[in-house]
Design a protein around this ligand. Structure first.
Ligand code: ZN
Ligand code: ZN
Length: 77
C-alpha cells in the first residue's frame, strides 16, 4: 500500500478533499515522487525547505527517517 503511485494518489485525494487529510507518510520529497534509492539508503524525510521552516519557526530540526522502505538499509527488498 505504499507504492509511490498510491502515495501520490492518496496525497492528491487528500488535497482535493476526497479523503481526510490526516495522511502523513513522512516520506522525503524524492520518495513522494517515486524517485527512490536503488540501494536502500537511510535518509531523513526532511528536505532543506523543511529544515529552514523549522529554524524559522523555532522548532527542532526534523531528523526523523524517511518512512519509505528504501530508507531502511538491510531487509528492504
Ligand atoms: Zn525517502
Ligand atoms: Zn523511497
Amino acid at each position: 500500500m505504499t507504492q509511490p503511485a498510491e502515495v501520490a494518489k492518496a496525497l492528491a485525494e487528500a488535497l482535493t478533499g476526497q479523503r481526510p487529510a490526516i495522511v502523513c507518510y513522512a516520506q522525503c520529497e524524492s520518495c513522494q515522487w517515486g524517485h527512490c534509492y536503488d540501494e536502500p539508503t537511510p535518509h531523513g524525510w526532511a528536505g532543506p525547505e523543511d529544515v529552514e521552516h523549522a529554524r524559522a519557526t523555532g522548532q527542532p530540526e526534523p531528523t526523523e527517517s524517511c518512512a519509505c522502505p528504501c530508507a531502511t538499509a538491510g531487509d528492504a527488498r
